[in-house]
Design a protein. Structure first.
Length: 248
């Protein structure tokens, strides 16, 4: 799929990986809608249309999808970057505390992703396909924590494991409409989410990254998003983007 003149909905586009994606898609000539709970970053290109959205709220997601159709006449790609990454101790001092915290992480990261795909794909399926028979592409953000999560990441890993494992069944189901479904499993990236870690924890994380021996840069994530959009033969796969990190 060509990015130029196509329309993309990016969730979580106000910060980190989503912000880099918004910037890249806009620079490549795409129409971009940023659906995020938080206000857009100052570095957001002025052409990007922002709509305050919680990915867990079906009405708000519907409004974001409708905006793509009313403003740009269609929707060709969805990049799900909205997410939260709190640490949760399963053995909790607070009664039912771990359960509530886990529910919130799974609600945003997993159910939020599924919610956006489900609501966006319905009107997208009615669009005219392009010359390749393609109507749209969905790119979800998993994590290497789907495979090797650290202590305190059980709910986060479960949420990202869900994002990773729904990639293939979604790609299979949605093939009949000319949709592709892919996921990226990033390693450790320099974003506000990771900046919130204590400095000791982030130094230890970098220690486990073989090469390049540094955190990933958000534009490197956006570069892979672009490749997935443009390379029609990529479908049904989770790509690790992680400099060979295996978290310990
Ligand atoms: N940074 C990393 O190292 C890393 C690694 C693996 C996976 N990820 C995943 O990448 C995604 C982006 O992370 P990031 O590092 O850019 O984080 P970030 O905190 O910089 O950005 C996340 C964005 O999501 C938005 N958001 C949160 N809850 C939302 C909701 N309910 N509805 C709409 N928007 C919401 C936030 O407002 C924020 O703008 C997340 O899913 C995260 O789990 C990040």
């Amino acid at each position: 799929m060509k990015i130029r003149s196509s329309t993309f909905l990016v969730t979580g586009g106000s910060s980190g990986l989503g912000l880099a994606t918004v910037q890249r898609l806009c620079a490549e000539g795409g129409n971009v809608i940023n659906a995020d709970l938080g206000a857009p970053d100052a570095g957001t290109p002025p052409e990007v249309v922002y709509i305050k959205t919680s990915v867990t709220d079906p009405e708000q997601v519907q409004a974001a999808v409708d905006l793509a159709f009313t403003k740009f006449g269609g929707l060709h790609g969805v990049v799900n970057c909205a997410g939260i990454g709190n640490v949760v101790k399963t053995v909790s001092k607070k009664k039912f505390g771990a359960l509530e915290a886990a529910r919130q992480i799974i609600e945003v990261n997993l159910m939020g992703t599924y919610n956006v795909i489900s609501i966006a794909s319905t009107p997208m399926a009615k669009q005219e396909p392009n010359a390749d028979g393609e109507r749209g592409v969905f790119i979800n953000t998993a994590s290497v924590a789907a495979y090797d999560g650290k202590v305190g990441q059980a709910p986060y890993s479960a949420s990202k494991g869900g994002v990773a494992s729904m990639t293939l069944p979604l790609a299979r189901e949605m093939a009949q409409y000319g949709f592709r479904v892919m996921a990226i499993a990033p390693g450790a990236f320099e974003t506000p989410m990771v900046a919130r870690l204590p400095s000791k924890a982030s130094e230890e994380l970098v220690e486990t990254i073989p090469f390049p021996h540094r955190m990933g840069r958000p534009p490197e994530f956006a570069q892979l998003v672009q490749q997935i959009i443009e390379n029609t033969y990529l479908n049904g796969e989770v790509i690790r983007l992680d400099a060979a990190i295996r978290m310990t």
